[in-house]
Structures are given as C-alpha cells and as structure tokens.
Design a protein around this ligand. Structure first.
Ligand SMILES: *[C@@H]1O[C@H](CO)[C@@H](O)[C@H](O)[C@H]1NC(C)=O
Ligand SMILES: *[C@@H]1O[C@H](CO)[C@@H](O)[C@H](O)[C@H]1NC(C)=O
Ligand SMILES: *[C@@H]1O[C@H](CO)[C@@H](O)[C@H](O)[C@H]1NC(C)=O
Ligand SMILES: *[C@@H]1O[C@H](CO)[C@@H](O)[C@H](O)[C@H]1NC(C)=O
Length: 403
C-alpha cells in the first residue's frame, strides 16, 4: 500500500520536472505605437491617431489597447485600426494611453504611448446644470475673478461616444443672481450634453468644456398640491413632474396640523396611493401641506423643491387660546407676582439678624450703644406702585437686642 503511494509521487514528480526545467518561450514585448497625435473634429470630440509600431512579425494579429481617462473615469477599449475617437470634457484634463498587442496575448503588450490634454485655465466655477423637464435644462456658473466679460455658452447633445449634435449658442440667459449666471436651454433631450464656455484671456482663446449626465441632474418644477375635504377626511392630491414616467417618482409629503408637523415618504411602488393621500381631518386645526418629488434611483437622481404651502381650514380660536394665550397669560401673571414679591420681600419676610452679629454686639455693648437696627437693611422707597398694601398697617417687626 505504502509502496503504491510512493510510486504515485515519483510518477507525479517525473511528470512535472520537464515542465519546470525546460525553456518556456517568453514572448518578446512589442514596440509601442508611434507618433501619437490628436485633432479636434468639433468643439467636443477628438481623434487620436498613431503609426503602426516597427518590426512587427507578419504572423502577429495587431490590436491596440486604448485607456482613456476623463472626469475621474477610466475606460479601456481594444481597437484594430490605429485611431480612437471620443467626445471629451476638458475640465480636469484628459489622458490617453495606447499599447500594442499581438494575437490577444497579454504578455506581448507594449509599453504605453501616452497623450495628455492638460486641464485648461478655469474661466468659471460651480458649473452645474439641471434638467427641469425632459427637453429643457438650466445651467449655472459663476465667473472667476479676472476672467473676461465676453464669456459665452455653447452646447451640443451627445449622440453616441463619438458624435454630438451641431453646436448651438445659449440664446436665453437667466437673470443674474449673486454673480451666478444661468442659461435656459430648450430642445435638449437624450442622456448627456456637452457644454463649452469660452472667452479670451490675455489675447489667447480659452475653452472650458463640461459633460453633464442629464438623468443624474434632474430638478423638475415642484408639484402642485390640491386639498379637498370628504366628510371627516382630507384628500391631498398633486401632479407628477412632466419629466420621466410617473413610476420614476417617490414623494415626500409634509404636513402641519395645528402645531404638529408630520412627514412621510410615499414610494413609487405604492402605486395605488401615489399622489393621493387621505388624512383624518380635525376641524379645529389648520392644515398646511407641502410635497416634494424625488427621482427613484432606477431612473436617475434629482428632486424638486418643496411645493408651495397649501393651507386648509383655520386654527380654531379656542385652540389658539389653549395653545398660546393661556400659557402666555400664566407666564405674565407669574412674572408680575414674582417681581412684586421681590420688591416687598423685606416687609413680607423680615430679615432675621445674624446670630454671630448678635453675640458680637452683646460683647461690645459697653463700648458702643449700638442697636441691631443699624445692621438691618432699610428698604429704599419703591418707585413702582404695587397694590400690596398690607405692610403699612402692620408694625415692622424689628428685633431688639437685650441690653
Ligand atoms: C454615432 O453617430 C454618428 C452620427 O449620428 C454615426 O455616424 C456613427 O456611426 C455613430 N457611431 C456609433 C459608434 O454608433
Ligand atoms: C467661442 O467658441 C465659439 C464656438 O466654438 C466660437 O465661434 C467663438 O468665436 C469663441 N469665442 C471666443 C471669444 O473665443
Ligand atoms: C424650467 O426652467 C425655466 C427657467 O427657470 C422656466 O422658465 C421653465 O418654466 C421651467 N420648466 C419647467 C417645466 O419647470
Ligand atoms: C382640486 O380638486 C378638486 C376635486 O378634484 C377640483 O374640483 C378642483 O378644481 C381642484 N383645484 C385645483 C386648484 O386644482
């Protein structure tokens, strides 16, 4: 039995030894692609070209591995032809690396040839856009100090990775708020847009270009809320944003009943109760209702502002009395009572002489015929009239020391 196992090991060793010792043919790494060059074929898209590396064997099926980095994203693609097209955003810079490869063999990959487009001088800060309906977007930016006043916004919708729609110029600037400039752009749909802000700095043209993913920057108009009463219930209804399908929206409902605020998320999956909520109605309370639409993450991201506050009913006067007037009156009366009490405390609660002083005086009695009355606090004339009149009639109790 042992012998059989031993034989097994020996056989196994004999099988592997030739593998370990024989020369494994190591593929020679290919030379890298030559003469990388870049051209812009419109405002937003570039074509990168290069030459076939020299000395590549005829048996080699040559491919290029292109790694493209922009906006903190890195994408790898394999290309057969010695060119690569891509629409890019200049902000943050763009980096390309190209490697040659033979017969899908990773070990044959060349060193990368690289091409970098440096990030341009920033003309603006806080550039952002929101899609406020499925065909309109609003973009906002703040010029950076010392940038020229002749900045213009241009935009194109993205068609695919290598094509954009013809570039248009902003035609509807929004009123400037706190130095923030905005542009309202109509007729842009699709997944993303490219935008350019350009001007001249020290005599040279400078371009800043941005890519905005529309589904991740949605901000529809706030819903409109309608409140109706049905017997002892309030029916709250609101409209859905015209952006995306109704199934794409969750809603935050917030309502204040008398002084209490409640809020609740109504999920898009809760289809039967979407955009219609019944709440018990207490006629002694005023109801104030607001709704906000939130895009579900399956559809993108974004939300509306809170809707205009819709009110229903009035706070009952007796409620107001209970909630505000009574506590306020109790508070005022207590304050008045306490202040009077403080002013007349000596009369109401005469000061008790300190025993230590009493003894001291007893000891010094021969030297000075001093009475405790001089040690007692003599109240100053009051300047505020309080209708507490009992003390005038009563003799002020004063302790006299035993002489
Ligand atoms: C991208 O769109 C352009 C123009 O619409 C078209 O000519 C081209 O073939 C498209 N490219 C891809 C990869 O779909
Ligand atoms: C800005 O870009 C547009 C479109 O590319 C161009 O027509 C315009 O002359 C540029 N403006 C400046 C100031 O460079
Ligand atoms: C989108 O925003 C623009 C500019 O603020 C406004 O005029 C337009 O009414 C808005 N559209 C919708 C659907 O909210
Ligand atoms: C609110 O809804 C009621 C009932 O559906 C309707 O009669 C009323 O016109 C609506 N009010 C508004 C302002 O939409």
């Amino acid at each position: 039995m042992i012998l059989k196992h031993l034989l097994g090991y020996v056989l196994a060793l004999l099988y592997y030894i030739p593998w370990i010792t024989s020369d494994v043919p190591v593929e020679q790494a290919l030379p890298r692609p030559l003469d990388l060059s870049l051209t812009w074929y419109n405002e937003f898209c570039v074509q990168l070209s290069w030459n076939v590396p020299e000395g590549v064997d005829a048996s080699c099926e040559l491919k290029y591995i292109v790694i493209y980095t922009n906006n903190r994203k890195s994408i790898t693609e394999k290309k057969k032809r010695a060119e690569f097209k891509r629409c890019v955003a200049l902000m943050g810079g763009v980096h390309f690396s190209v490697q040659s490869e033979c017969n899908k063999d990773q070990s044959s990959r060349s060193e990368p040839a690289v091409y970098t487009i440096a990030a341009p001088t920033e003309l603006v800060k806080d550039f952002h856009c929101f899609q406020n309906s499925s065909v309109t977007i609003n973009c906002f930016w703040t010029p950076i100090n010392n940038t020229p006043g002749n900045l213009q916004l241009y935009y194109s919708r993205i068609e695919n990775k290598t094509a954009v729609s013809p570039t248009l110029r902003c035609s509807e600037y929004l009123p400037e708020v706190d130095k923030t400039i905005g542009c309202h752009i109509k007729g842009v749909d699709g997944l993303a847009v490219f935008l350019q802000i350009n001007g001249t700095v020290n005599g040279s043209p400078v371009r800043n270009t941005f890519e905005v993913n529309l589904m991740d920057n949605v901000k529809p108009a706030a819903p409109k809320v309608n409140i109706t009463q049905e017997e002892k219930k309030l029916i709250l209804t609101w409209d859905s944003p015209e952006h995306s399908t109704p199934k794409c929206w969750d809603y935050w409902l917030k309502y204040t009943k008398c002084q209490n605020t409640l809020s609740k998320l109504i999920k898009s999956t809760d289809a039967s109760r979407q955009r219609k909520q019944k709440i018990p109605y207490d006629s002694r309370c005023q109801y104030r209702v607001q709704v906000k639409a939130v895009l579900t993450r399956y559809c993108g991201s974004g939300e509306s502002d809170w809707s205009h506050e819709e009110k229903y009913g009035e706070d009952d006067w007796s409620n107001l009395v209970i909630a505000v007037v009574i506590p306020a009156s109790v508070f005022l009366i207590s304050i008045l009572f306490l202040s009077c009490l403080m002013k007349h405390r000596e009369k109401l609660f005469p000061q008790i002489p300190q025993p230590s002083l009493m003894f001291k005086d007893m000891l010094n009695i021969s030297k000075e015929q001093k009475t405790f009355i001089s040690n007692l606090y003599v109240p100053v004339e009051e300047d505020v009239e309080c209708n507490v009149s009992l003390e005038n009639k009563l003799p002020v109790p004063i302790m006299q020391p035993d002489s």
